[in-house]
Write a protein that binds this ligand. Structure first.
Ligand SMILES: [Fe+2]
Length: 290
């Protein structure tokens, strides 16, 4: 068995659906695939896509992204109800939404899906927010503002708190290797092509197609990283930003491998092709990936 990862499949785009349908039915039969969210806002289409992947892989694991939890403004269903309904449907189809153990060629791996959400800067400690000159603090262009509908949470409880607390995880004491995955970013450094350049201020003046949009407002939360590290994660897979990464930070490897939107595929800043899932090799040395 090999371990693969992919995210942001966005099969509402016919080109993306074709990419999934063209995936080999023979090459991955003994392998496991982690899907780090954003498959489709349409629950039926989402489940068909996951079932199509389950026909190709021995194991498919899924954690929902923000697009997966979009609800119609007309429906009474909340995004939280949709989350639970999707997880129940996945369990029926034997798509993993809970922690599970696999045996790879050289070792046993505990795979842990981590439910999460982003923390906006006004929601408290743990937001990945960094200020950006000229940004729109109201996030008017962010569709989640119109398509995500949370129920009433406890006072002072954020959507991120609520979803993180659904994970019910204890650290492993008998694991050879832990791999975690989430849709959202666990660290702000990952939002930038070159974090060192960013903190030196060298991005100032470079062309920004959306100067009013500050992604770090909705990128993720630091509590995700804390949970992954508490579990002893060696590799954390994530998605959401549609930027492919493979980086080591403080002893943990972070991998993002997004199919993304069709128009983005020619502009990804990493040379990794995203038309196929990426194999996560666990014996890679700390210095090897870029
Ligand atoms: Fe997303």
């Amino acid at each position: 068995m090999r371990l693969f990862a992919w995210s942001d499949l966005h099969v509402d785009y016919p080109a993306n659906l074709r990419t999934l349908e063209q995936l080999s039915c023979a090459d991955f039969r003994d392998d496991a695939l982690l899907i780090a969210g954003d498959v489709s806002s349409d629950a039926n289409r989402l489940m068909r896509a996951l079932e199509g992947l389950k026909n190709r892989f021995a194991e498919v694991a899924f954690v929902p992204g923000n697009h997966d939890l979009w609800v119609s403004p007309q429906t009474r269903e909340s995004s939280l109800e949709k989350l639970h309904a999707l997880r129940a449907a996945c369990r029926v189809c034997e798509i993993k939404v809970d922690p599970f153990r696999i045996r790879l060629t050289e070792q046993t791996v505990d795979v842990v899906p981590l439910l999460s959400w982003y923390l906006k800067p006004e929601e408290g400690d743990g937001s990945l927010y960094l200020p950006k000159p000229g940004e729109d603090a109201s996030l008017a262009m962010w569709a989640d503002n119109r398509r995500i509908k949370w129920p009433h949470f406890e006072p002072a409880e954020t959507p991120a708190d609520h979803l993180l607390n659904l994970n019910h995880l204890d650290p492993y004491d008998d694991s050879e290797c832990v791999v975690t995955f989430s849709h959202f970013l666990p660290r702000v450094e990952l939002a930038f092509n070159d974090w060192e350049r960013f903190i030196r201020g060298e991005y100032a003046g470079t062309k920004d197609p959306h100067p009013e949009f500050n992604f770090t407002r909705v990128a993720g939360c630091r509590q995700l990283d804390e949970r992954a590290r508490r579990l002893g994660s060696r590799v954390h897979v994530y998605g959401h930003q549609h930027r492919n990464r493979d980086r080591f930070i403080d002893g943990v490897r972070y991998v993002s491998h997004c199919l993304g939107y069709p128009a983005e595929r020619t502009t990804f800043d990493s040379g990794m092709s995203s038309e196929q899932p990426i194999e996560i090799k666990l014996n890679v040395g700390l210095e090897s990936p870029v």
